[in-house]
Structure formats: C-alpha cells, structure tokens
Ligand binder design. Structure first.
Ligand code: GDP
Ligand code: GDP
Length: 444
C-alpha cells in the first residue's frame, strides 16, 4: 500500500505549489490526455526510492478568517486520520499566524506524525525558522516549494520509515509486485462513489454460478482481498474501499474514503469504475477515473442500475457520459444491473480484455510496419518548412503500453496527429481498455 502524505496549512502558504512539486513526475503522463480535469487534490509521486500518495487538504478548507480548522470538510479530516504522515506547511514570509497555532493544536491531537515545513524560505537565513519552534511540532524544515529547495531532505525524513530495507526489492511506482506462486491472479479494484452499487456488484459477482469464490478470510483488518475464479480465470478482488465483509456478503460502510479508493487503485491491475446510471456522472466519478488513468491502470466503466431507466433516460445518460468522460474514450463502457445480475458476463469479459491489452507485447517490426502504413495514409502536417519524419517504432514499456517513435523533427508533431497515431495503434493492435502512451524520440 502506498504511504499517504497529507499537506495541511492555512491558505496561501504554498500547499498546492508543494503538491505540484511532489506529484510532478506524474504530470508528464497526464499532459498526454487532453480534457482531463486538472483540479485535483490527490496524486501520486516519487522523490527518492519510495512512491507515495499526496493529499492536498487545502482545497477543502473554506477560505474564511475564522474557524478554518473547525470547518475542515470531512474528506480533509479523513485524509489526516488516514495519513501516514502530515506535512504542516507554514509561510516564512508572513511568519507565524494565529491560525498556525490552531492547526498545530489540531494536528497534535490527531496523533499523526507531523513534519513542519516553513515554505518560501529561498534566500532567507536559517534563523528564519526560529519563531516556528513555538508551534511545538519539532524541528522546522526550511523549504521553497516554488524553487525546489529543501524538498529532498524533508521527504527523506517523511518517507524514511517506508524505505525498502537492504536486500528488499525497491517498490516501483508502477504495478503491484507479481505473486510468486500459483496462477497469476489479475487484481481487480471496484471503485466508485457511495451508493453506486459496489457492494451489490461484488456480492453478485461472488454469488454467480460460474464463480468459484475462495473462502473469504473473516479478518479484523481493514484490508480484505478476495480470490475468485470467473470462467476459469483467476482474479483477486483488491480490498475494496468502502466495503466491509459481513458474514458471506459485503456491505457498504458509511465513511467513504478517497484515500482508500486511490490506494486500492494503485494496488490493482484493472479498475472497474462503477457509475450510477440513475444519478448520472458526478465530478467525483471523473476524478476517480482520472486517477486510474494517471496511474496507468487498465479500466472498465460499469454503468450500473441500467435496469431502472427508460429509453429517453438511457440516451441522455450516454450523451452525458460521452461529454464528461471523453478522456476515457479508449475504455469499454458496459451497461449492467448488479441487482438483477445483468451484464456481469460482459463486464468480466471487458476486464479480461483490458488486462490483456495492458500487457500487450508489440514487436518492433510489427510496430514499424504499422507506423509506416499510418504515415502513408496521413502525413504529419508541416510546421513552417519542416515536416516531421517518422522512421521506426518500438515498445518502450508495458502496463500501460508505451510506443516510442523515432525520427527527425518529431518535436514538431502536434497533438491532433499524436491522437491520430494513438487511435491508429489502438485499432491495429486491439488495445481497448488500457491507457496508451506515445512518445517521440528525435534521432541525433
Ligand atoms: P495554497 O493556498 O497553500 O495552496 O498556496 P499556493 O500554492 O497557491 O501558493 C500561494 C502563493 O505563494 C502563490 O502565489 C505561490 O506562487 C507562492 N509560493 C508558493 N511557494 C513559494 C515559495 O517557495 N516561494 C515563494 N516566494 N512563493 C511561493
Ligand atoms: P455501494 O455504496 O456503492 O456499495 O452501493 P450499494 O451496493 O450499497 O447499493 C446502493 C443502493 O443501490 C442499494 O439500495 C442497492 O439495492 C441499489 N442498487 C445496486 N445495484 C442496483 C441495480 O443494478 N439496479 C437498481 N435499480 N438498484 C441497484
């Protein structure tokens, strides 16, 4: 499980600047997908050997002079409660503010491990930190989020507990580690807002005749993984955030945790994003999807409660999905009714295909031939006197697949041509259900 770092502090101290810096490694990927919501407060990152999940709690605080801490919305409180460490961000330019004392008080009571960052410290002497000892949080770290100073040593300390021990495999930010024995089980995370029908779906899947559900361990831990076989294929249902096991069945729990959802996604191979057809697409659905995309996970969208809609409503919903989840054009959308056990077979078929696609092995000759054909059908447009020249392609990674295209003047390739190539390769190699990255490399 990824360690969770929560950023806390009053407005304007630089939390989102720090958030951006801590999650920047991932931004390059996100930039490849136009139309993605960017205004998010959760992201993964890696500074040093340990990948982590960062939560910027700031977005949840009403910008009000009084009662900032008291009015922190519940997701922010939950994030702090679930955090492995909190970075308390303050401002070296304005110095200590009364709100800082109140936040420090709340954090002390939370019992979390708290690191005090004094931001905007570029060009300031070490003595600028002196007054911040007053907060009783311990040694202040002088940092500059904007200029990237002091971040490395702060994060070294924050993440020290999670560093791989000597001899242990370093954790990659990518896929969960493969299991050593038995068949390779595909790890599936069922994600979605409360009430969309996740527990109904899980129970329906595990109750299907074609399913062999292995004994669910009745554990007291929060995390429960359930192994099951569907149509002879081996799956593990990753600890599904927001569900709790009760006897033989799963039930929804009241507290919905974004953090747990994101951890489950990070811990999975394929994400099933469940959407409630009767209440439509919410911003939250798009955020979960965007996170799955950023993490490079294969994804299937399950449009649940399809049973309750008439024809007009179905058409309206499909339009809405197309508009709001445009950035998931590559994913399968499966209409299901978890309640009536409709569409489950289609859903699991789509999960299987998405997984296969994410694992695709594409040989250099095949890719290159396909690239040459794509270019023959449609040349990249000239930019001034330059026309980009594509020579060959190879696979630069999988999970998700990365196609690297080599040639000259490729920096001049525009977004629309990149999209053309992406959909060309998707068609040619049957890559539905997985994110796909196209990279250009200029030969020297
Ligand atoms: P938030 O409200 O806590 O999320 O704060 P922001 O990240 O939006 O930053 C508030 C302002 O402080 C912005 O104008 C930033 O450019 C500025 N800022 C953030 N980090 C630094 C820094 O390290 N040095 C300086 N001088 N300004 C910074
Ligand atoms: P969760 O919070 O995402 O786990 O949602 P639940 O599985 O608890 O379902 C929330 C409500 O939606 C319950 O009342 C379910 O009976 C209902 N529900 C779930 N799936 C369907 C479905 O396919 N059709 C209809 N009409 N209702 C459903």
């Amino acid at each position: 499980m990824l360690p969770v770092i929560a950023l806390v502090g009053r407005p304007n101290v630089g939390k989102s600047t720090l958030y951006n810096r801590l999650t920047r490694t991932r931004d390059a990927i996100v930039a490849d997908f136009a139309g993605l919501t960017r205004d998010r407060h959760y992201g993964t990152g890696k500074v040093g050997p340990v990948p982590y999940l960062v939560v910027d709690t700031g977005g949840f605080e009403p910008v009000r002079p009084e009662g900032i801490v008291r009015h922190m919305a519940s997701q922010a409180e939950l994030a702090i409660e679930e955090a492995d460490a909190v970075i308390f961000v303050t401002d070296a330019r304005t110095g200590l503010a009364p709100q800082d004392h109140r936040i420090a008080q709340t954090l002390r009571e939370s019992g979390r491990r708290v690191y005090l960052a004094v931001n905007k410290a570029e060009g300031l002497p070490a003595s600028a930190a002196a007054e911040f000892y007053e907060l009783g949080i311990g040694e202040p770290y002088l940092i500059s989020a904007a200029h990237g100073q002091g971040i490395g040593s702060l994060m070294d300390d924050v993440l020290a507990r999670f560093a791989p021990q000597p001899g242990e495999q370093p954790q990659g930010a990518g896929q969960p580690e493969p299991q050593e024995e038995g068949p390779r089980r595909v790890r599936v995370a069922i994600a979605g807002r409360p009430n969309v029908g996740k527990s109904t779906l899980v129970n329906a899947l595990l109750g299907e005749e074609r399913v062999v559900a292995y004994d669910m361990p009745g554990t007291t831990r929060d995390a429960i993984d359930v192994d099951f076989d569907y149509d002879g294929r081996a799956y593990t249902l990753v600890d599904t955030a927001g569900l709790r096991k009760k006897g033989r069945v799963f039930e929804a729990i009241e507290k919905f945790s974004v953090v747990k959802t994101l951890q489950a996604i990070a811990d999975s191979n394929v994400v099933v994003l469940v959407i409630d057809a009767q209440s439509g697409v919410a911003e939250h659905d798009a955020h979960i999807a965007a996170y799955a995309l950023e993490s490079g996970r294969a994804l299937v969208v399950a449009i649940n409660k399809w049973d309750g809609l008439d024809r007009y409503q179905r058409e309206q919903l499909d339009l809405q999905l197309e508009l709001k989840l445009k950035f998931l054009h590559w994913a399968r959308f499966v209409h299901i009714s978890a309640l009536k056990h409709n569409g489950l077979n289609h859903l699991m078929q789509a999960v299987h295909e998405a997984w296969e696609a994410s694992q695709a092995k594409l040989s250099t000759p095949k890719l290159t031939r396909s690239l040459i054909e794509a270019v023959a059908r449609q040349q990249p447009p000239r930019v001034g006197r330059v026309r980009p020249k594509m020579r060959y392609a190879h696979q630069g990674g999988s999970n998700p697949p990365v196609i690297v295209i080599h040639g000259n003047s490729l920096q001049a390739v525009g977004d629309s041509y990149r999209r053309y190539l992406e959909s060309w390769f998707r068609d040619q190699f049957g890559l539905a259900g997985t994110p796909l990255r196209i990279e250009f490399r200029v030969n020297r």
